[in-house]
Design a protein around this ligand. Structure first.
Ligand code: ROI
Length: 165
């Protein structure tokens, strides 16, 4: 018998603030469910959030998805970038408005520091729009020994509102 390694659990952050953001996020969740060698394990509710960074842009819609995948971190990143392009991703400037952003946040607890990919995502600890939806589907996941729930509870100064599904 050939031993097949178990799939890796990965968390992906989704964000959009252009072209009917809720639809962008819903379509992206459906597309994540169809990724090769992968299945969608969970998805958070959708949240509306004030922009972090430049304020002169529309509010974002954000969510987090969990997938089980046999893709490597970089192969998964490739797939996420293909999806962003398919959503005709427009990014007008760095940290500006975009139709779809897919961030690989966490992959099976792997730590990685490469020019193309850093894991866990270096900004996620500071962003409520990531931590709050992540805490909904992974409340006990730890980043440097602190749970997503605890980290999210410290960021309530960043405006965020759960949307009706
Ligand atoms: N701000 C919010 N609220 N949500 C995002 O998804 C988001 N993405 C970004 C920047 C511009 C940093 N700000 C954001 O890339």
């Amino acid at each position: 018998m050939i031993d097949v390694p178990p799939p890796a659990l990965a968390y992906i952050g989704l964000g959009s603030n252009l072209d009917t953001p809720r639809d962008q996020i819903r379509r992206a969740l459906a597309a994540l469910a169809r990724l090769p060698l992968s299945e969608l394990a969970a998805s958070s509710p959708l949240y509306a959030s004030s922009p972090v960074g430049p304020q002169d842009q529309p509010d974002f819609v954000n969510a987090v998805a969990a997938i089980r995948t046999r893709l490597s971190p970089l192969a998964l990143l490739d797939q996420l970038q293909v999806l962003e392009q398919r959503h005709r991703r427009v990014r007008l400037r760095r940290w500006g408005p975009r139709t779809l952003d897919l961030d690989l946040l966490w992959y099976a607890g792997v730590t990685l520091e490469t020019p193309r990919l850093r894991l866990p995502h270096p900004e996620m600890r500071r962003r409520r729009f990531v931590l709050e939806p992540l805490a909904e589907i992974a409340p006990n996941l730890e980043l440097d020994g602190e749970t997503t729930t605890l980290l999210a509870s410290r960021l309530t100064d960043q405006p965020l509102r759960r949307l009706d599904s």
